[in-house]
Design a protein around this ligand. Structure first.
Ligand code: NAD
Length: 474
């Protein structure tokens, strides 16, 4: 059985204590992973602090070149990384609409390449007889990155690449359920980067807690659930760390009566069930105008009944399992609650026999706000469809939720859709699309969905402090 090592200061370290990583499609052990202790976190932080002294002084062009070399390494190992993602996470290699492990690895390459074109420019705030004031952006020091299990490699790239591009060094802790592709990526990146710039410690939430409170770390970038994010904010307070928190979502999609149902149904389906619904900004509550409600339900049901679930390593599989048993139990429970509330299951909802944490793609109608399936983040392959008649009321209902990650409006009338979008309380709104994150566009949540943004210039700048340089002339 392969044992994946920690990587600290450019060296692999295997530990006596290990944990198993399971394939959610088979429940078989894929590999074992080294379990880091607090002492390993100390070593990783010390290595990152040493590396920061020189890495922070390396010029931007060299760092950009290193990021491109990392992208080359990922491309050269594309198939291995995609297979690791499928085995540890469950998403098929290709998947429905091509949104599988291959898409994830391709996205990693694209993100690296785009980030390598970004820069931190000096801004001149004043230049006159009195003096000149320049605003400089400086790296923070050691960044702690803590990632979830749904898009393990993509999210690691989102954290690590802008951090090191801006001159920081990193200690990353992936989810203990999906650490393998991230460990392999860190190995590859260490073939390019100086020792200590990027370190990885693997283990459960306790390792994350040590990172969060560590006095040698200046910032935490965290993607995961809202309760864990709130705990991280508390744990980081004593050492006054900067935070970027990308937390849970319960994105509403509002469909107006003027849409072409046949045209939008496949798009709504793909964005609701991407990665079997285990995507932070997937469409999770679908509000449909009564005039087209039945027609859209019928179109979505037809698509759902034509897809194939299975082990994502096999050919022709559209959707994989839920990633872990605990998440499967949440999905089952929310389905049971909806059923008990009188909801109508258009398709799915039945138990599947094992092995694997499979749950059928499930569409639920005759359900509304106040039912847990609508109010809470399901993070799995079950979509509530809520009929509405009044637009003002539906906007209020979509906002009446603690989350505020994304939202969407579906209509042929773009001006009307924009007016509705402006009233939605969320960090991103898409018109006639959903969950379309782009490397040049800042992405982040409001309300309980998080703090700060990733991507774009604003996302890059979150890895820096500003320093105002005053040159007095008079
Ligand atoms: P999680 O919060 O359970 O775990 C995330 C990471 O935090 C893991 O690495 C875990 O080991 C670590 N962790 C657990 N307890 C910790 C603690 N006390 N201190 C520090 N670290 C700790 O989340 P998950 O179940 O892996 O991911 C699913 C959630 O992530 C969903 O709510 C989803 O919406 C959210 N998510 C959000 C985004 C976004 O961009 N907003 C993206 C992906 C996932």
């Amino acid at each position: 059985m392969t044992q994946y090592a920690l990587i600290i200061d450019g060296k692999k370290i295997t530990t006596q204590d290990t944990f198993d990583v399971l394939n959610p499609a088979t429940e078989e052990v894929v590999a074992q992973c080294s379990a880091a202790t607090p002492d390993h976190v100390d070593q990783a932080v010390a290595a990152a602090q040493r590396a920061f002294k020189s890495w922070s002084q390396v010029d931007m062009a060299t760092r950009q070149q290193k990021i491109n070399e990392i992208a080359d390494k990922i491309e050269a190992n594309f198939n291995e990384l995609a297979a690791l993602i499928t085995q540890e996470q469950g998403k098929p290699l290709q998947a429905f609409a091509g949104l599988g492990a291959g898409f994830e690895v391709g996205g990693c390459v694209a993100w690296c390449r785009y980030t390598a074109t970004q820069d931190l420019k000096v801004e001149v705030l004043q230049d006159d007889d009195q003096g000149r004031v320049e605003l400089h952006r400086k790296p923070l020091g050691v960044v702690g990155s803590i990632t979830p299990w749904n898009w393990p490699l993509m999210i690691a790239i989102w954290h690590v690449i802008p951090a090191i591009m801006t001159g920081n060094t990193v200690v990353i802790k992936p989810s203990s359920m999906t650490p393998l592709s991230t460990v392999r990526f860190v190995e590859l990146a260490n073939e390019v980067l100086p020792a200590g710039v990027l370190n990885i410690v693997t283990g459960e939430g306790g390792v994350g807690r040590v990172i969060t409170g560590h006095p040698g770390i200046r910032k935490i970038v965290f993607t995961g659930s809202t309760p864990t994010g709130k705990g991280i904010m508390k744990g980081a307070a004593d050492t006054l760390k900067k935070l970027t928190l990308e937390l849970g979502g319960n994105d509403a999609g509002i469909v107006l009566p003027d849409v072409d149902v046949a045209e939008i149904a496949p798009k709504i389906f793909a964005t609701s069930f991407i990665n079997s619904g285990q995507t932070c900004a997937a469409l999770k509550r679908l509000y449909v105008h009564e005039d087209i409600h039945d027609q859209l339900c019928e179109a979505l049901t037809q698509i759902a009944q034509g897809v194939k679930l299975g082990n994502g390593m096999d050919d022709g599989i559209d959707f994989g399992p839920v990633q872990n048993r605990a998440q499967l139990d949440i999905v089952r429970e929310l389905a049971d609650v909806a059923r008990a509330n009188g909801a109508r299951f258009l398709t799915g909802g039945e138990e599947m026999s094992g092995p694997g944490y499979f749950y059928p793609l499930t569409l639920v109608a005759d359900v509304s706000d106040g039912c847990r399936l609508v109010d809470e983040e399901q993070f799995g392959p079950i979509l509530p469809i809520i009929k509405y008649s009044d637009i003002d009321e539906v906007i209020e209902r979509s906002n009446n939720n603690p989350n505020g990650l994304g939202g969407s409006v579906w209509s042929k009338d773009i001006e009307k859709a924009k007016a509705i979008a402006a009233r939605m309380e969320c960090g991103s709104v898409w018109i006639n699309g959903h969950a379309l994150v782009k490397p040049h566009v800042p992405f982040g949540g409001v309300k309980d969905s998080g703090l700060g943004v990733e991507f774009g210039q604003q996302g890059l700048e979150e890895y820096t402090n500003i320093q105002a340089v005053h040159i007095e002339k008079a």
